[in-house]
Ligand binder design. Sequence first.
Ligand code: UP5
Ligand code: MG
Length: 211
Amino acid sequence: FDHEKVTVIFVLGGPGAGKGTQCENLVRDYGFKHLSAGDLLRAEQTREGSEYGDMIKQCIVEGQIVPMEVTVKLLENAMRDTLAKPPSVSSELSSAWEGGKGRFLIDGFPRKMDQAIKFDEAVCQSSFVLFIATTEEVMLERLLERGKTSGRSDDNEESIKKRFKTFEETSMPVVDYYRSKDKVVEASIDSSPPVQEVYQAVRAAIDPRLG
Ligand code: UP5
Ligand code: MG
């Protein structure tokens, strides 16, 4: 994808930090297309005829990262589909999509260095990275609460602990890599306060970068 034609923002943060929640707010107010790597993988897992279903299922329960080829391909396809058929956004936001120029929020990706490098090379360069963070205690509480109704196979204490470990060992180096390239807006945004308060901080951090 031509960097001039698409704007890609990576939204990173630990399991349950609130990535999906903040992305929903941004979609409403900025006309972004939200692509959650986890959601795309969950959809692929249950897609009839997928050769990756069992492998994805296993990785998600174990909190392991699915091999990057699969995830990068899913994201690339979703971006292409979106550009061919832009989301319906309010008229004041539609200029963001004119002429196939799209704005994407890529949520929960990249979470391993090889994915970051592959996406930069094969798909496009991200404009910047939004990193939201809170304590494991807060994230655990949120995920256990959500687990009562989410039906997600990884919203249980055992899987959550594994997700935390993978996040610290494998995904934080990606955040540090983007920090070293000065791509992360603010050092991090504290996602412990109520949703609206976090969202105010998110807006304040990204508005200057969006110009
Ligand atoms: N909530 C949110 N914000 C709140 C706030 N400020 N105050 C109070 N409550 C708040 O939020 C989680 C819960 O907290 C919700 O109930 C929400 O209402 C509440 P949510 O916005 O869903 O948080 P999010 O950060 O999106 O949490 P999620 O569980 O989706 O994060 P993960 O990163 O763990 O999950 P993801 O779906 O991205 O990935 C799942 C798995 O897929 C990975 O573990 C991995 O196995 C696999 N994967 C890959 O292999 N490769 C990839 O590239 C991506 C994923
Ligand atoms: Mg999510």
